[in-house]
Write a protein of this length. Sequence first.
Length: 214
Amino acid sequence: MAPPVAGRLQSPIRILTVDDHPLLREGIAGTLEDEPDLRLVAEAASGQEALARFREHRPDITLMDVRLPDMDGIDCMATLRQEFPDARIIILTTYRGDVQVRRALAGGAMGYLLKSMLRKDLVDTIRAVHEGQRCIPGEVARMLDEDTEGSLSPREIEVLRLVSEGHSNKRVGVALGVSEETVKMHMKSVLSKLNANDRTHAVTIALKRGYFSP
């Protein structure tokens, strides 16, 4: 009787890292090189470079920073997934905002990691996502549960972003082509939805939740 044929070794999980900080990419590369089932196949420092590297290498997993020099990382993910619907992408960020997390998950992210979690959770998250699991660490999931304030409309976000830059209601109105009274109405709604005490408090909450970046 012929001996059984040995099974094939499983191919390593092929990974693309997208981040404009070389030190972070080096740190990820160092973590991955110690794992025989993970292989870094390409790196990118911008959204456009990420699109090119993905098309060239077709990685199994893409690690995507939210803030890239030429485009928003979540927008880059959306562009990738339009062309490659099966792309498995893990969003990396330093920001804890629930709005950003929800936007990433709605856009098709399979995982979401704060950069402070990379040393502890990166390897397991990559393996879980490769197996088809959506992977959201407990700290991020709890944050989603805790942030229950109302959602701002796109126009309210525009108004608050301009307020955060130090503009008066009158100047915000000029910039948006609306009356000062309309701006006041939007700000009243913003304060109510965010349960904020004043304009400065509203901006602080909006930054924390990820409506916009500083």
